[in-house]
Design a protein around this ligand. Structure first.
Ligand code: CA
Length: 233
């Protein structure tokens, strides 16, 4: 059971989602606009958030950016319009862990949520066969939380960023293919095989920004994939 916040201005959809997720055993709070969502997020400790991007009063992206400042590891799944590619990229850039495009299947939403919550709560997320806490140079991946340490400076990551960086670190100096990354993201049995073709680029871009202070470079090896290399300090 998880305590979830559903932020959706469409009343029918909001009620439908609440009913489904309550039936699945979760505890649900709802907000009909961004302002209400931010108020709830300040007073209640949620395990996860389902966040529509098109919202009255305060839009979903602003809600996401605001909550990320205070709650970097809170799992957030965003809901976007089918033609909202830019919204989707902006949402992932602002720290969403996953997204669904409307209209979506409720079973898929449930599966994605389960998988997102499991990743967030289990220290063994994503990799039971390898040792957590891999590192390169001064960079160490936190084995318990989705974050990395650069020396004694913490870098907060989303679950998917963590999984991507873990893969790059464990294969540093080698090319990691797009397929390797998608496989790692999907190795979780609850994770349906639907990662947008441009999602990986978005995540790499985000990781590069977060690692800007590190003597590390994520190199784009054209046509092959990505490689983590150390740069001269
Ligand atoms: Ca909406």
């Amino acid at each position: 059971m998880a305590h979830l916040l559903i932020v959706e201005d469409d009343e029918l959809l909001r009620d439908g989602l609440s009913a489904q997720l309550m039936q699945a055993g979760h505890r649900i709070d709802t907000a009909a606009d961004g302002q209400q969502a931010l108020q709830l997020l300040q007073t209640v400790l949620f395990d996860g958030v389902v966040l529509d991007l098109g919202l009255p009063k305060v839009d979903g992206l602003t809600v996401l950016r605001t909550l990320r400042q205070r709650l970097p590891a809170l799992p957030v799944l965003i809901l976007t319009a089918r033609d909202g590619v830019e919204d989707r990229v902006a949402g992932l850039n602002a720290g969403a862990d996953d997204y669904l495009t409307k209209p979506f299947n409720l079973d898929e939403l449930r599966a994605r949520l389960q998988s997102m919550l499991r990743r967030a709560s289990l220290p063994a997320f994503g990799n039971t066969t390898t040792t957590r806490g891999a590192g390169v140079g001064q960079l160490r991946l936190d084995p318990q939380l989705p974050r990395a340490w650069l020396g004694d400076e913490a870098i907060d990551l989303t679950q998917r960023e963590w999984a991507l960086l873990d893969l790059l670190v464990r294969h540093s100096g080698q090319v990691v293919s797009r397929e390797d990354v998608l496989e790692a993201w999907q190795s979780d049995p609850g994770e349906p095989g639907t990662v947008a073709s441009n999602a990986l680029e978005v995540y790499v871009h985000r990781l590069r920004r977060k690692l800007a202070g590190a003597p590390l470079n994520i190199r784009n090896v054209r046509g092959l994939g990505y490689m983590l290399e150390t740069t001269a300090a």
